[in-house]
Design a protein around this ligand. Structure first.
Ligand SMILES: [Zn+2]
Ligand SMILES: [Zn+2]
Length: 271
């Protein structure tokens, strides 16, 4: 059910920022997406990458990305770890067809989630590896979800062409050695509102350590609203809140960090 509370009213940022990962196709946004995009624009968000979790979801994201909007919306299409058990023969071709779309810039999201285990782990690994190979073949970046599965995610990226594809570890929650292994593959590291949570001390350390030319910020909305909006529906306007928190953690000026993140985002999507 969509939350009637509009969720976010962050102070308008004097700088432009991007939301490198949101789920605009989710039912939580079905009622008021135009207003959500207007608020993103007002908060200084210029671009949003809307990630998919299934083929059905992907078609909706492709449609949203090709609809006129006050913010540039890009789509990514892929199979989430949670949905790996829905993979059917022919889906790789269907993904490839969607990836040919004008506004489609990445494969994802995909990856491994050993916290929820909604799909069997061997199936998650197989569907993730297939999508890494597909991204490498098409030279498209891949959006990787990793929850309690760092060793297997790194091994699959290294073995199946992660370096050729490039991509991002989205909503990063793992440790610094894993971040370094991903950076060594040329990947970006994207931080969400979790960096604003009081108990995320270890993650804040990782967020301080990642080199500036590989940093991205995201909301992962409608999930994971940052402080002080925690518990409400999240939305892309809050990418400005995440950026400001990250700048604070790193002791840098938010405007210059936002400029770096915008440049990183364009290199990441290869546009
Ligand atoms: Zn994810
Ligand atoms: Zn996501």
């Amino acid at each position: 059910m969509p939350n009637p509370d509009p969720g976010a009213d962050p102070p308008p940022a004097p700088w432009a920022c991007v939301d490198s990962h949101a789920h605009l196709s989710m039912p939580a946004f079905a009622e008021d997406l135009p207003a959500v995009l207007d608020r993103a624009r007002a908060a200084g968000i210029t671009e949003i990458l809307s990630a998919s979790t299934s083929l059905e979801d992907a078609s909706r994201n492709v449609e949203i990305a090709s609809t006129l909007s006050p913010v540039t919306v890009w789509a990514a299409v892929g199979f989430h770890a949670h949905q790996a058990n829905l993979w059917r023969d022919g889906d790789e071709q269907r993904l490839e067809d969607l990836l040919a779309g004008d506004r489609v810039v990445a494969v994802g999201e995909t990856g491994l989630d050993y916290h929820y285990n909604f799909s069997p782990r061997d199936q998650q690994r197989e569907i993730f590896a297939r999508q890494v190979r597909l991204a490498a073949r098409l030279r498209l970046p891949i959006i990787v979800h990793c929850r309690n599965a760092a060793a297997d995610v790194a091994a699959i990226l290294e073995a199946e062409g992660g370096r050729e594809a490039g991509g991002v570890l989205h909503c990063f929650t793992e440790d610094e050695p894993f971040a370094r292994r991903c950076l060594d593959l040329g990947f970006y590291i994207s931080f969400s509102g979790i960096v604003t949570f009081p108990r995320a001390g270890a993650l804040k350390e990782v967020a301080r350590s990642v080199r500036e030319d590989r940093l991205l910020v995201e909301t992962d909305s409608p999930y994971l609203a940052p402080e002080p909006h925690r518990g409400r529906r999240n939305e892309p306007a809050n990418a400005a809140v995440v950026l400001a928190a990250l700048a604070d953690l790193r002791g840098t000026d938010p405007a210059s960090l936002a400029a770096s993140v915008r440049a990183n985002f364009r290199r990441f999507i290869k546009r």
